[in-house]
Design a protein around this ligand. Structure first.
Ligand SMILES: [Zn+2]
Length: 164
């Protein structure tokens, strides 16, 4: 079995592979099951050796990763194509309201002797932040990024750093 880093290696039950979800842990075979689990985020993946593919069945629609001989490809939602249309829509959702609010603030500036002249610029920033957070949250929801697992890893690393 070619196991060198420089050789394309096929995906099987014997090996250790990077976890495609948290990208921190390693996934290994669960004995007697057609599944692998991650030693870090404890996510369980069902395995399709023939297709060189693993699937995360704990969510609907399942997320799929394909092994290309070197690493996992980008996550795909089964039966859903997340194309450029969605990216453009997400960007439009963030930037169009920000530009509208910013444009109004820019074109109709409050007279400088009025109080609270900082409100339009704060409001523009706030609009951007709100819309950005909504998209960011959707992204995390769709891909089920284990935010808490990352947070725990970070804390552990910090604690180790303090103790040493
Ligand atoms: Zn993991």
């Amino acid at each position: 079995m070619p196991n060198s880093k420089f050789l394309k290696s096929s995906f099987d039950y014997k090996g250790e592979y990077p976890c495609p979800l948290c990208r921190v842990g390693k996934i290994t075979h669960l004995t007697l099951m057609e599944a692998m689990s991650c030693d870090f985020c404890h996510q369980i993946f069902s395995v399709d050796i023939e297709q060189q593919q693993i699937k995360m069945p704990s969510r609907q629609p399942p997320l799929i990763w394909n092994w290309n001989g070197f690493h996992w490809t980008e996550a795909q939602l089964e039966g859903v194509e997340l194309g450029w249309g969605y990216v453009m829509a997400a960007l439009a959702f963030i930037f169009i309201p920000t530009m509208l609010v910013g444009g109004i603030a820019y074109n109709f500036p409050p007279k400088s002797d009025m109080p609270l002249t900082w409100i339009p610029s704060i409001w523009t920033g706030f609009t951007f932040l709100c819309h950005f957070i909504i998209i960011f949250w959707l992204f995390i929801e769709i891909y089920q990024i284990p935010v808490m697992a990352y947070w725990r890893a970070l804390q552990q690393r910090l604690m180790r750093h303090e103790n040493s």
